[in-house]
Design a protein around this ligand. Structure first.
Ligand code: FA5
Length: 338
């Protein structure tokens, strides 16, 4: 039995098989255990020698079991380590990185510049009423300027705002002067699209109201923005223009150069001194809401510009429609740019 047991132990391929061998020989009803139990049936003179023999056998089996167990445990550990091995020199998994849309990046630049000058940043509703989008901005229904901004009308008589200027009205109705704000957001126009015109685009609106605000303050502010965007030698140009909600009104452009040696005037937006009729309309709305009339005799300036124009030049995007076509070949180039 000795040889047979020792061989079975050596041959056990894993810990479970070894346990089975152990049970077979030295378990409660194992072969060796049974032998020990049958000692009592032997004549007393044989018992001692037989007992010593069985004990020696049992010891040999125990030793062999312990040794084999150590070997198998070691092998199991080695196998586990090998299967869970980690090669720390392998490159990491490439997680797809997003990126900020180029318009968001231009907004961030612009807003940073205005926050430095102490402006508050606000947003307003994209669905507007006619009064805020036109009338209160000195554009009555019969005014030809309504044709300048073709409008998406909703069935309930409201509209998609054609510019961010209605937020001038909303903000002044809710706040007293002095104030300095920029408004960011989407605007909509019922227009045929081309390389520089979209039906949905963005604007950044500025409004400053206080006492003794002048056209010089407006020009200085636009120049400061241009320097923030294009460096200390940036140039700005103002040309007289007409917007019903400002008087006088102007269009402004910045001189734009890039490292490739390209340069030109970039027509950015409109601006001017807030028209007294706008202040009057705001005071009327305030009065109707039970608030004090506080805008009579105040002065202020406003401006509105399109970040798409800045982004097209900055990133060399030749057609405004690429911004919103969700073409991964275009937007993929802004991956990981935060
Ligand atoms: C306005 O919308 C005025 N509210 C701006 C303003 C505000 C003037 C405050 C005075 C005082 P205008 O329609 O010119 O103005 O639009 C302003 C800018 O928006 C343009 O200079 C241009 O940069 C951009 N823009 C206008 N139409 C489109 C369009 N279809 N697609 C892309 N950008 C446009």
């Amino acid at each position: 039995m000795r040889e047979e047991a020792l061989q079975a132990i050596q041959a056990a391929p894993d810990l479970a098989a070894l346990q089975a061998v152990k049970t077979r020989y030295v378990g409660k009803s194992g072969l060796v255990t049974k032998e020990l139990g049958s000692l009592g049936k032997l004549p007393p003179e044989e018992r001692k020698a037989r007992g010593a023999e069985i004990n020696a056998l049992r010891q040999a089996i125990d030793t062999a079991l312990t040794e084999r167990e150590a070997v198998l445990k070691r092998a199991a550990l080695d196998a586990k380590l090998a299967s869970e091995a980690l090669d720390v020199t392998l490159p990491g998994l490439g997680l797809p990185a997003g990126g900020l849309h180029p318009i968001s990046r231009v907004y961030d630049d612009l807003i940073h510049i205005y926050e430095r000058m102490g402006y508050a940043v606000v947003e307003g509703p994209e669905v507007e009423d006619e009064h805020h989008n036109f009338e209160a901005l000195n554009v009555p229904w019969y005014h030809p300027a309504r044709d300048l901004q073709d409008t998406f009308w909703l069935e309930d008589g409201r509209l998609l705002r054609t510019h961010t200027s209605p937020m001038q009205i909303r903000y002044m109705v809710d706040h007293e002067p002095p104030l300095k704000i920029v408004v960011r957001g989407k605007v909509y126009r019922y227009e045929a699209t081309d390389a520089t015109h979209e039906a949905m685009f963005h604007q950044l609106e500025g409004l400053v109201v206080g006492d003794g605000i002048s056209m010089a303050d407006l020009k200085g502010t636009i120049a400061e923005m241009a320097r923030g965007l294009y460096g200390p030698s940036a140039k700005v140009r103002f040309q007289p223009s007409y917007y019903p909600f400002v008087e006088p009104g102007a269009d402004f452009a910045v001189w734009w150069e890039n490292p490739r040696g390209e340069s030109k005037w970039l027509e950015l937006g409109g601006c001017g001194m807030v028209h007294p009729n706008v202040f009057r309309a705001v005071d009327d709305l305030r009065e109707a809401a039970g608030k004090e009339r506080v805008y009579e005799g105040k002065t202020g300036f406003a401006f509105g510009l399109g970040p798409e124009r800045i982004a097209m030049l900055k990133y060399g995007i030749p057609d405004i429609r690429y911004f919103y076509a969700n073409d991964p070949r275009v937007m993929g180039q802004f991956r990981g740019e935060l």
